[in-house]
Design a binder for this molecule. Structure first.
Ligand code: SR1
Ligand code: MG
Length: 429
């Protein structure tokens, strides 16, 4: 990892870039100029950011193109009434570099991190589209499950105590600990606000008014969500991406990349896996609003379900394979398990570990589904359904299912059982 002092991100010269100012600024960086070719006045810049937090520019020159992501000193979605540290740009660049070390080629390459302007220049991915858009449009991505399984297994395993020496793991935890404000967004928006009368909450109203109110007085649900919050706060298992939804994936038929790890920190592995599974389930349950006639997307629903099952199964298999092949960290010291009895005991322990990780995954998936329907930041899967009755019909199913993920977590011991519950929820009234 680069050793960069995080307190220096931004500074007196920091200013948000514009389509007009960015080329001149980037022209001073040889690493960028050599990719773009020509002169800065020949570069075409357009701001394309539609996310909740940052500016995102595409810069095209005669020889190539780059993406520039610049942190704003506030939450873009809300405005300057909600300040946010520029340092998230540093954490994003560090996470991208770590991800590329662990899972080469599955995240965009970092070309430059510029502390003064809190910006990251990275590889331009083309003709990739945000996978969430593809899921709304009914597009299949043949390499999704294998790629995301590899990304999650490699990044989570190789930043955990199963792989890293304890001193190195602690050094990395210390570095990412300072991404506290981004963690706080998740702590509030994912685990707390949907269960209280928070100012920025919104939902499809009046259709879901009853459920929004019911969830706020649902003791078992609130306790289960807070148990997941405690894990999020206290379980420094691995470097998690921190926002691993379908909007953080760029895809084509032959290539899948994971972008946007600005929420990265050392947290529970199940938070990433659960986020991904939650967003696949939301995609499934929102198909009702995207099909031309009832049932027209049934085959696509089956594909999404297959991905959900496949991505967990492949992830679990790959994670254990990495553990067996490269488990040289300070946890489960390898020499203790070198004899036949030891190997058997370790295999049993790995099964127990993966059962616990699956249970975490389902709990986090429940929280992530609920926050996208009752909290501040929603997902296009549902938001693009203009017919509010139809949208609420899908959202209600998702909320009920998510509640069962949290309150009846022990019912879900296999991903196949989760898949059956998704189908049953979709068919329910
Ligand atoms: C105020 S930020 C809202 C959400 O946007 C990001 O994508 C994260 O999911 C965050 O929770
Ligand atoms: Mg993002």
């Amino acid at each position: 990892m680069q050793d960069v002092r995080i307190s220096l991100t931004g500074g007196v010269d920091y200013h948000p870039m514009t389509d007009g100012s960015l080329s001149g600024y980037l022209g001073g960086f040889e690493a960028v100029a050599s990719i773009l070719g020509g002169r800065p006045d020949q570069w075409r810049v357009s701001e394309v950011g539609d996310g909740n937090l940052n500016l995102v520019f595409i810069v095209k020159g005669p020889a190539g193109a780059v993406v520039v992501k610049q942190a704003l000193p506030y939450v873009r979605l809300v405005g300057d009434s909600w300040p946010l540290p520029l340092d998230r740009s540093f954490f994003e660049s560090q996470a991208l570099l770590t991800e590329d070390e662990c899972a080469p080629g599955l995240a965009p390459k970092v070309i430059l991190f510029d502390k003064a302007q809190a910006l990251v220049v990275m590889e331009y991915l083309t003709p990739h589209v945000i996978m969430r858009k593809g899921l709304i449009d009914g597009v299949k991505y043949p390499r999704f499950a294998e790629t995301l399984a590899e990304f999650m297994a490699a990044t989570l395993f190789k930043t955990s105590d199963l792989y890293l020496p304890a001193g190195e793991k602690k050094r990395r935890i210390a570095l990412f600990c300072a991404n506290a404000e981004l963690c706080k967004i998740t702590e509030d928006l994912v685990f707390t606000d949907p269960y209280r009368d928070a100012k920025l909450n919104h939902w499809t109203s009046p259709q879901l008014d009853d459920l929004a109110l019911e969830f706020r007085s649902d003791g078992p649900l609130k306790a289960a969500a807070q148990a997941m919050k405690l894990k999020f706060l206290s379980s420094a298992e691995a470097l998690v991406h921190g926002d691993l939804h379908s909007g953080s994936i760029m895809a084509t038929a032959s290539d899948i990349r994971v972008i946007d790890p600005e929420f990265a920190f050392f947290g529970p592995m199940g938070f990433d896996v659960g986020a991904l599974i939650a967003n696949l389930i939301l995609a499934y349950l929102s198909q009702i609003g995207h099909e031309t006639t009832p049932g027209a997307r049934d085959e696509y629903r089956a594909w999404i379900l297959l991905q959900t099952v496949d991505v967990w199964n492949r992830f679990a298999a790959r994670f254990v394979a990495l553990w067996n092949a490269e488990g040289r960290g300070d946890a489960y010291t390898a020499e203790l398990f070198a004899d036949p009895a030891g190997r058997e005991a370790l295999a049993a322990e790995q099964r127990r570990y993966m059962r616990r990780l699956f249970s975490d995954t389902i709990g986090f998936a429940g929280c992530k589904m609920i926050r996208r329907i009752l909290g501040l930041a929603h997902v296009a899967d549902f938001e693009t359904i203009a017919d509010k009755d139809l949208r609420a019909k899908g959202e209600r199913k998702a909320l009920r299912l998510a509640r069962s993920f949290l309150v009846d977590r022990e019912r879900f011991v296999t991903i196949e059982a989760v898949g059956e519950a998704v189908v049953a929820a979709d068919k329910s009234n």
